[in-house]
Design a protein around this ligand. Structure first.
Ligand code: ATP
Ligand code: MG
Length: 549
């Protein structure tokens, strides 16, 4: 082999320039950069000992990324800026060649933190700064166990490598900054999602749920174990999901299909029937960056059951008002017209006139009563019903309400009550509850049968029951009767709206009590119970709490 030709040399230089240009370009972190730097440095100089360190200005600390000693790689570490060559280069920003360590160097070992185990120390060294404008970002340092291992040309070679290292360090820092910023954004987003009352699901381009917030988990009643994020719905173990979750995801299939094809969905309504009735409003929007393919979509589910129920209540009330007020109104008008004709004709039949006037009063009363019921039910439902609790005697009120019915009732009415049950409740409302239960007992049991009312109390609770020997209630319907508008089949022969128990139940609940029904079945009679909390003995002197509407 002859001496290298001019073109060989040019090729070698171009090759070196190319390698240098690409140095560290692929490094994803400082360790990868360290390896790239070591590889390139060992090509151009003696890198028996190699060290790559960064300098943190704020804490004046030198952070050694990693180091190599005779081919063995060691962990990094950190040390405060001191008197050694590395520190000197960082301070001055100028490269440093140590030709003969024994005569020039300080008595410290340059290699940071490794246990060489032998008494050999480097004989010569070269440290170059990694600079960015006028700041020193760090150093690259090489040492040799031979004296005089480094020449001026080596300084230039290592400086070229250090320049590339500077570019990569800045790029990595910018990426890190970006990553931190992303993380901050992600955390903010997380907080927003968690605090949302609406349930939110994020699906990927294939339509698999990849993220859901707390409200969505609550809505689906799923624990994290049973929903595999990122797995398409058809591959989830749906058979193990609760009914509600299956019903909701079932209803979401067309929404997800729409998202997959790049279309959003606006306020679609789904009604759940598996457990309690619920109405959900679903909206979905496509996630698509300004450029590039579809990323998936966001689905928001809002529980609008309350809203729909209120709307339905208004419709019910309107229908009921229309139906129930028409008759008394027609009667009032009819009697008023008769009265008017009589007066116009100068007819002097005082009895007939009185009767017509009495009918007007009676039907007007019925109208007023109906309006009050409608108003009360509406207030209860809208959460506007306020109680005015005041000291009262439940036993006395129970006797009084029962007595008031004795005259008109064609039943035997029995009252079994303690002498007195003192408590603080809204007397007008408790009277309404008692009236509701008693009028039902009379309405749904045959004339001549017995209705027994009892009122007792223990230390904490007052309890009232109304027992009849009437049509009874089927087991399955025992809890249904408290629903608004519910009327059992056999009850429909008697007039009613199905509002009484709903309202009474609501009133008792508002007092902190409970109402329930017991019956041995159809034709077996029924007992309705309600309880009311008594004031605790030790709260006897506490001020009366009033509910603010
Ligand atoms: P309203 O009280 O509004 O005039 P209503 O009596 O039908 O009408 P609720 O008092 O709410 O309505 O009662 C609901 C249903 O519960 C009744 O229609 C009936 O089916 C059943 N029910 C209530 N009380 C009794 C009872 N004592 N015995 C048997 N069934 C009853
Ligand atoms: Mg009733």
């Amino acid at each position: 082999m002859g001496s290298p030709t001019a073109s060989d040399e040019l090729r070698a230089r171009l090759e070196a320039a190319r390698r240098l240009g690409a140095l560290g370009a692929d490094a994803r972190d400082l360790t990868e950069l360290f390896h790239a730097l070591y590889e390139e440095t060992s090509r151009v100089v003696d890198a028996t000992v190699f060290l790559f360190a960064l300098y943190d200005e704020a804490s004046e600390t030198v952070e050694v990324v990693r180091q190599v000693d005779r081919g063995v790689e060691h962990e990094g570490g950190s040390f405060p800026l001191g008197k050694g060559f590395t520190s000197e280069v960082i301070r001055t920003g100028l490269p440093k060649v140590i030709r003969r360590w024994a005569t020039e160097g300080p008595s410290v070992r340059l290699l940071y933190g490794t246990e060489a185990g032998e008494l050999v120390s480097p004989q010569s060294g070269l440290v170059v700064p990694i600079r960015s404008a006028d700041r020193v970002l760090g150093v690259i340092s090489v040492q040799s166990y031979r004296p005089d291992a480094y020449q001026d040309a080596d300084v230039l070679g290592l400086e070229a490598i250090a320049a590339q290292a500077g570019i990569t360090i800045k790029r990595l820092r910018a990426t890190e900054q970006l990553a931190l910023e992303h993380e901050r954004h992600a955390l903010q987003l997380e907080a927003v999602l968690a605090s949302m009352n609406d349930a939110l699901l994020i699906v990927d381009a294939r339509g698999a749920i990849v993220r859901l917030n707390r409200a969505a988990r609550d809505l689906l009643r799923l624990d994290s174990a049973s929903l595999v994020l990122g797995q398409p719905l058809e591959r989830q173990r749906l058979e193990q999901w609760p009914m509600t979750a299956r019903e909701i995801t079932g209803a979401l299939v067309p929404v997800i299909d729409a998202l997959r094809s790049g279309t959003g969905v606006d306020d679609m309504e789904i009604e759940l029937r598996s457990a309690e009735r619920r109405v959900l409003s679903v909206s979905a929007s496509v996630l698509r960056p300004a450029k590039g393919p579809l990323q998936g979509g966001v689905i928001v589910l809002r529980d609008i059951t309350g809203q729909r129920d209120l709307e339905r209540l208004r419709e019910d009330i309107f229908a009921m008002a229309w139906h129930d007020m028409r008759t008394p109104l027609t009667l009032v008008k009819g009697h008023a017209e008769i009265l008017l004709r009589r007066l116009a004709a100068g007819e002097g039949d005082a009895t007939a006139t009185k009767e017509a006037a009495a009918s007007i009063v009676k039907h007007a009363d019925r109208l007023a009563e109906l309006l009050t019921t409608l108003f009360d039910v509406h207030c209860l439902e809208a959460g506007l019903l306020a109680l005015s609790p005041w000291p009262m005697d439940l036993a006395a009120i129970t006797r009084e309400v029962t007595e008031s019915l004795r005259l008109t009732a064609r039943h035997n009415l029995n009252v079994v009550a303690d002498t007195s049950i003192e408590g603080e409740w809204d007397e007008r409302r408790i009277r309404q509850v008692l009236m509701n239960l008693l009028s039902n007992a009379l309405k749904y049991s045959p004339e001549g049968s017995t209705v027994t009312v009892s009122a007792t109390a223990d230390a904490r609770t007052a309890k009232v029951s109304v027992h009849d020997e009437g049509i009874g209630i089927d087991g399955a319907e025992l809890s249904q009767v408290f629903r608004r508008g519910y009327r059992a089949e056999p009850a429909r022969q008697v007039k009613g709206d199905g509002f009484g128990l709903y309202f009474a139940h609501g009133l008792v609940a508002k007092h902190g009590g409970r109402m329930w029904a017991e019956s041995a079945g159809r034709g077996q009679g029924t007992t309705f119970f309600f309880t009311l909390p008594l004031r605790e003995a030790n709260e006897a002197d506490a001020p009366v709490e009033r509910e603010v509407p």
